[in-house]
Design a protein around this ligand. Structure first.
Ligand code: THU
Length: 138
C-alpha cells in the first residue's frame, strides 16, 4: 500500500474508534490508531470514569491493547482524532506511554494529528525529545 493510502486508512481507523468513545463527562471523543511494521492496525478510544481523574486516553488504550496482544515494538505511525476544529496532539502521559512501545522496537513513529480541515504530521521524538525510556535503565 502507498504511504498516503496507508495514512488515510489509519485516520479512518482512528475516526471509527472514536465512535466507541465513552466520554460522558467531557463529551470529547478521541480516537487513536497505531500502525505496525507488519501493516496491522490497533485502535483505541478514550474511556472516562465517574471518578473524573481516572480517564484513560485513546492513545493509552490503544497501546495497552497492542501490548496485551503481545506487541513489543514495530510502531511506525499513530493517528489521533479529536472533535474540535483544530487537530489535537497526544497529551504528555500518552507521549510517554507511546514512547515505551516505540523504544522497544527502536522506531520513531510518525504522529498524525487529525482535525476536520488539517492534518499536522510530526514525530514522537519531536513531541517528546530526550525521552526517558527502557534504554535509560540500562
Ligand atoms: N484525551 C485523549 O484521549 N487523548 C489525548 O491525548 C488528550 C485527551 C481525552 C481524555 C478525556 O477523556 C478527554 O480527552 C478530555 O480531556
Amino acid at each position: 500500500m502507498q504511504k498516503q493510502t496507508e495514512n488515510e486508512a489509519l485516520i479512518a481507523a482512528a475516526r471509527e474508534a472514536a465512535a466507541h468513545s465513552y466520554a460522558p463527562y467531557s463529551n470529547f471523543a478521541v480516537g487513536a490508531a497505531l500502525r505496525f511494521a507488519d501493516g496491522s492496525v490497533v485502535t483505541g478510544t478514550n474511556i472516562e470514569n465517574a471518578s473524573y481523574g481516572l480517564a484513560l486516553c485513546a492513545e493509552t488504550v490503544a497501546v495497552a491493547k497492542a501490548m496485551a496482544e503481545g506487541r513489543r515494538g514495530g510502531l511506525t505511525a499513530v493517528a489521533v482524532t479529536g472533535p474540535g476544529t483544530d487537530p489535537i496532539t497526544p497529551c504528555g502521559r500518552c507521549r510517554q506511554v507511546l514512547n515505551e512501545l516505540a523504544q522497544l522496537g527502536r522506531t520513531d513513529p510518525a504522529i498524525l494529528c487529525v482535525g476536520p480541515q488539517e492534518i499536522r504530521t510530526t514525530t514522537l521524538s519531536r513531541l517528546l525529545p530526550n525521552a526517558f525510556g527502557p534504554a535509560s535503565l540500562d
